[in-house]
Design a protein around this ligand. Structure first.
Ligand code: PLP
Length: 312
């Protein structure tokens, strides 16, 4: 991009990019599995700005969803929790034909593994809290775009006040220097854990675009040059409380909603009793054999709980 503007958090970047370009009465298309607070923000604006916000799926026919007042298409690729890959070139072509602006939250792939502006997307934003800083010790955000669009975005960023502090900027730049060394390690370890889980008898599904049987594998390969190490998996139907117990029985994984740093984290998602339990993993820089051994012992305990329940 021509220019970038830094923020005090990824959400600071999300809200400034959305607010800067919307007008009263606009129609917005947003990918269904976007980061929850980004969707909450669009919902919060709906009444105040008479917006119409419509959520679409990765295989939706975008052309048919466009309206005369469609101002913005907001995407993530891969998406939050499901890690679906969207065809960014196709999306940007539809948007341009209708005079709409495209914004991507590119936090997952990082600027190293996906270059959305080259595919026609107008604004690429990141939570720098994740891989860019990489050490879980600051929050930050960044948005990258053309000089033309920055004329509108930068004043909004300044007015909203979610500015990156000098100390955090210093740490983010220090983190950025090792991004190209850290990411391949994250990628390899993430793929090893994903493959191991994929072959585990208790695991029903692994959502990682780098697994060859992922429906997003081919598109992901065309569009990205690598993978980060955040993905999700589901395990067989869980008795109440078992999934929390599973996460808690891991010794090397912290339970926390952030991701993209040196330490491995797990977060239980979509916990519905007697439904398959879903978890999101962020694979850190620890020795991957130790991470797999830890998951192995926790799944063994989980299997025993399931068997006891079946015995009852
Ligand atoms: N975008 C995505 C995809 C995220 O997962 C997050 C945070 O988890 C954010 C944006 C927000 O970033 P921050 O925590 O830096 O505000």
């Amino acid at each position: 991009g021509d220019e970038a503007v830094a923020f005090g958090s990824g959400m600071g970047a999300v809200t400034a990019c959305i607010l800067a370009f919307l007008q009263h009465g606009d129609h917005v298309l947003c990918i269904e599995n976007a980061y929850g607070p980004a969707k909450m923000f669009l919902t919060a604006l709906t009444d105040r700005m008479a917006l119409t916000v419509e959520y679409f799926k990765p295989d939706s026919d975008l052309e048919s969803l466009m309206r005369p007042n469609t101002r913005m298409i907001y995407v993530e690729s891969p998406t939050t929790f499901q890690f679906e890959v969207l065809d960014l070139r196709a999306i940007s072509q539809v948007a341009r034909a209708h005079g709409a602006l495209t914004i991507i939250d590119n936090t997952w792939a990082t600027p190293l593994y996906q270059k959305p502006l080259d595919l026609g997307i107008d604004i690429s934003l990141h939570s720098a809290t994740k891989y860019i800083n990489g050490h879980s010790d600051i929050m930050g955000g960044i948005a990258i775009t053309s000089s033309k669009l920055m004329e509108t975005l930068r004043p909004m960023a300044i007015m909203l006040g979610a500015t990156l502090s000098p100390d955090d900027a210093y740490l983010a730049i220090r983190g950025l220097r090792t991004l190209a060394v850290r990411l391949p390690h994250h990628m390899e370890s993430g793929l090893k854990v994903a493959r191991w889980l994929h072959d585990h008898p208790l695991v029903e599904k692994v959502n990682h675009p780098g697994l060859p049987d992922s429906p997003y594998y081919e598109l992901g390969r065309q569009q990205m040059t690598g993978y980060s190490a955040l993905f999700s998996f589901t395990v067989r139907a869980a008795p109440a409380g078992a999934s929390q117990a599973f996460a808690a029985s891991l010794k090397l994984f912290g339970i926390a909603p952030s991701w993209g740093s040196f330490e491995s984290l797990i977060v239980p998602i979509a916990i519905v009793p007697d439904q398959p339990a879903a978890f999101r993993l962020s694979i850190g820089l620890e020795p991957v054999e130790e991470l797999i051994a830890d998951l192995d012992q926790a799944l063994l305990c989980y299997g025993e709980v399931l068997n006891r329940q079946l015995g009852d």
